[in-house]
Structures are given as C-alpha cells and as structure tokens.
Design a binder for this molecule. Structure first.
Ligand SMILES: [Zn+2]
Ligand SMILES: [Zn+2]
Ligand SMILES: [Zn+2]
Length: 193
C-alpha cells in the first residue's frame, strides 16, 4: 500500500504501521514508498553512503530521525568534471508532508543555498531498465538483465567502463552521445521539471 497523500501519514508512522498490521494480520505487508525529491546544487563532499550525514540533514532541518530514507547523486561520480563542486541529488523522504514541506521551504544540505526543489514523478526512475515512464520501481522491474544508464550495455551502471561521450547512449530517448542520467536529455527534462 503506497502512501500517496497526507491521510496516509499515519500509516507511514511506526505506530500506524503496527496498528495496521495488527488489524489486518502480518500477512499483509505494508509497503511504504518514499517520496523522491530533487535537490539541486549540493556540495559534492556530502557522503551519500554515510547514514550519519543523512541524520545531520534531518537535524539541521528539524526533521524527525529517519525521515530521509536515502540519498543518491543523479550523475555517476566518475563523470564529474574536475572543476565541479556541486551536483544534483535525489533524497527519498518517507512522508509526503515532509517532502512537500521541503519543496516549499527548501532544505539545508550542508549549506542553506539548496533552494531549488522539484518533485520527481512518483514512482520515478527504474535503476534496472532506466525507464522514466514511472510505471514501476526498480525492485519491481520485470526485465531480466540490467540496462546500463550510461551506454545501455547489459550490466549495472557501476560496472560500466565508458569514459567518453562517444560511448554514451541513452536508454530512454535512444540517442547517442548522452547518458540516461544526463540533465540535458529531453526525456529526463520532461520528467523531472
Ligand atoms: Zn525497470
Ligand atoms: Zn555502460
Ligand atoms: Zn536521452
């Protein structure tokens, strides 16, 4: 059961989830889908794998502990230019009300200048087949093989060895010389803006 509006905030809370499970039995699994938001121009020294860094963001923004489920850079780190010091980040926020609040009031992510927030479509981007159509989540992807978001090879983006634009091929618009994660991809722009 995805949390899709404000009324489901209660279900998303630990107490609500417990009460729901006790009423409907433990065979009913409550799947809480977090709400992804796009935070632009975040200093790249943020360590997205460090849970204490996420707790720090929550603390600085007066959010409850655990509100931010995950953080992920949109563009693979190895594609950053040597002069780049800020990048776009996706934060998965547990409750829709907190996500909306963040979009409205902005967030402090290492520094307060992260002022532009846009809600990504829900569900958003399948990291397995790179689809932006929003029809399924990565975990639910029916494709057997992974599709590389950089070159469309049959492997995960982490294993990709492409190093130049000439090796990039977009899985979504099927055009050469850019990757599926490229902010200049028209399909990407259409879905994110
Ligand atoms: Zn997929
Ligand atoms: Zn690749
Ligand atoms: Zn494209």
């Amino acid at each position: 059961m995805p949390c899709t509006n404000h009324n489901t905030d209660w279900l998303c809370s630990p107490d609500g989830a417990k009460a729901f499970t006790s009423k409907f039995g433990s065979n009913v699994e409550l799947v809480i889908r977090p709400f992804p938001i796009l935070v632009e121009f975040v200093p790249i020294h943020l360590n997205t794998n460090d849970l204490s860094a996420l707790r720090e963001i929550e603390h600085k923004n007066a959010l409850l502990t655990g509100t931010i489920k995950s953080a992920r850079w949109i563009k693979p780190i190895k594609w950053r230019s040597p002069l780049q010091w800020k990048a776009h980040l996706t934060l998965e926020i547990l409750k829709p009300s907190d996500a909306n609040q963040a979009i409205k009031n902005s967030l402090i992510v290492l520094e307060p200048c992260c002022s532009i927030h846009k809600l990504l479509p829900e569900p958003t981007w399948c990291m397995k087949c790179q689809s932006f159509k929003g029809l399924h989540f990565t975990k639910e992807c029916k494709k057997l093989d992974d599709t590389c978001g950089t070159c469309t090879g049959n492997y995960r983006i982490k294993e990709c060895e492409a190093i130049s634009l000439d090796q990039c091929y977009c899985a979504n618009c099927k055009e050469a010389r850019h990757a599926a994660w490229d902010c200049e991809c028209l399909i990407y722009l259409e879905k994110v803006r």
